[in-house]
Design a binder for this molecule. Structure first.
Ligand code: SAH
Ligand code: SF4
Ligand code: F3S
Length: 457
């Protein structure tokens, strides 16, 4: 479905006359970031201007996440805080979209406790956003209603990225995996792959605008194409096509599911000059027993075998997601996780304490593990990770890496920053002319969370 906005011109005059501004607050993963870029694109096409200060913005849009529980309290706290402004001031609007609002109980809570919210939409409803906004602003009509996640893919939605050189592109929406702890399949619907030509056209036009690095996004990128009728187009083929696009120098993707990581994708990475030498390979747990309970469909041994295959790619690095304290995770199970962490040597670990999500299978398990044990395990995992990291970093000292210069370092304004192909942050001396260019950098020292180096070419 092609996105059209027939309300654009009807509302623009009002928005521009009143100099309306917007602020987007994004929670959750990179897919949500990407959706927020599209909401920004839609709002700007309707005349809204970006405002960084929430207190000054006319329209505040919350793009929500519900993968873990605590986000709910954050959202409701923020809405409560905005109530006075919304009711007293003229031309203040509140929009709530995203995964959390795809749950009926959240919608009910907004209706009852926060009825001043103007528009509420779920995860796959960008095409109706312009109408809802138009109704809210010009007809004073609120819209808080439940919309099922459809199967439609919305193409050609205007998009505005925060960065000038790096952009993310969604290639597949939804998830079919139903890991037993995870709410995502319920709020994002089933897998829907975008047509290859739509993806390629988007990336070509990004390349024309000067973008150098592309991050391909999906809940499970390597099941890309499985939903096509003839199943003849695969993730490996898509990667090969993107490799051919002039101007794009670095290709990343996340997340692949270990169970779907096929040999042909490994082969494409090996042959590629552009695909980053960094694989994000969500582990979740190192215990085969817990993995089974999680419905991950691989064992510890299968995961390790895949890692060994991937380690044949020169200079490859790994990042991962780990859940600590899945219901009834034993000390032995947890030690298996630590064992995998030691053996793989992850450069980056996103670690989470298990959070019960109503509606998922794991939510029904009677959990005997105490909260304090879970916190203690998370601390032990963190400690192990910080012990391993310097050893991994030290291996990079003296080596040369191509780095896209992203701009000035936030913490050290004298220096510039970028990332190696392994996704390691490097800081170095440079000047503004280097920004947006790929430079060869020799690594000189490691500082746990970043490396220092110098430009040699
Ligand atoms: N599709 C991706 C990531 C989805 S959500 C994948 O499969 O890897 C991002 C991460 O949040 C997950 O990898 C998992 O580690 C974490 N997560 C998901 N549900 C969770 C829950 N109920 N409690 C704690 N962490 C969770
Ligand atoms: Fe959730 Fe599993 Fe799907 Fe990832 S693969 S989004 S963890 S159900
Ligand atoms: Fe959260 Fe939705 Fe992403 S639940 S992690 S924002 S897909």
């Amino acid at each position: 479905m092609r996105f059209t906005n027939s309300y654009k011109d009807k509302i623009k005059e009002y928005v521009e006359k009143n100099k309306l501004t917007y602020k987007i607050d994004t929670m959750g993963c990179q897919m949500n970031e990407n959706d927020s870029n599209k909401y920004a694109g839609i709002l700007e096409s309707m005349g809204f201007k970006k405002e960084l200060d929430e207190k000054k913005a006319n329209l505040i849009l919350f793009n929500t996440c519900c993968v873990r529980e605590n986000a709910e309290n954050t959202l409701f706290g923020r809405l409560g805080f905005l109530k006075n402004r919304r009711i007293r001031e003229e031309n203040v609007y509140i929009v709530v979209v995203g995964c959390m609002t795809q749950q009926k109980h959240i919608l009910d809570k907004i209706k009852i406790s926060y009825p001043f919210v103007d528009v509420v939409l779920g995860t796959n409803a960008m095409s109706i956003f312009p109408k809802k906004l138009y109704d809210a602003i010009l007809n004073h009509k609120k819209s808080i209603e439940y919309i099922e996640v459809g199967n439609e893919i919305e193409e050609e939605v205007p998009i505005i990225y925060d960065d000038k050189y790096k952009a993310s592109v969604s290639i597949i929406y939804g998830c079919n995996n139903f890991c037993s702890y995870c709410i995502v399949p319920y709020v994002r619907g089933r897998e829907r792959s975008r047509a290859p030509e739509d993806i390629i056209n988007d990336i070509k036009s990004l390349a024309k605008k000067g973008y150098k690095e592309i991050m391909l996004l999906g809940q499970n990128v390597n099941s890309y194409g499985n939903d096509f009728k003839n199943k003849k187009y695969t993730f490996a083929m898509l990667l090969k096509e993107i490799e051919k696009i002039d101007g794009i120098e670095i290709i990343r993707f996340m997340s692949p599911h270990p169970k779907d990581f096929s040999d042909d994708v490994i082969e494409v990475i090996k042959q590629s000059k552009k695909i980053a030498r960094q694989i994000h390979l969500p582990l979740q747990s190192g215990s085969t027993h817990i993995l089974k309970e999680m419905n991950r469909k691989y064992t510890k041994e299968q995961y390790m075998k895949l890692v060994d295959k991937l380690k044949k790619i020169p200079d490859v690095s790994f990042s991962t997601d780990i859940i600590v304290g899945f219901p009834n995770e034993s000390e032995e199970d947890f030690i298996e996780t630590l064992d995998v962490v030691k053996k793989v040597g992850f450069d980056q670990i996103y670690m989470f304490i298990y959070s019960k999500r109503t509606g998922t299978r794991a939510a029904n398990i009677d959990d005997k593990v105490s909260a304090s044990t879970k916190v203690e395990r998370l601390e032990r995992l963190k400690k192990l990770y910080e012990e391993i990291l310097p050893t991994l970093n030290k291996k990079m000292i003296g080596k040369e890496y191509n780095v896209l210069v992203e701009g000035k370092s936030k913490n050290n304004k004298e220096l510039y920053t970028g990332r190696t192909s392994q996704n390691k942050v490097v800081i170095f001396k440079a000047d503004d002319k280097a920004v947006g260019k790929i430079k060869k950098i020799k690594i000189e020292s490691e500082h746990l969370w970043y490396l220092k180096g110098k430009i040699i070419d």
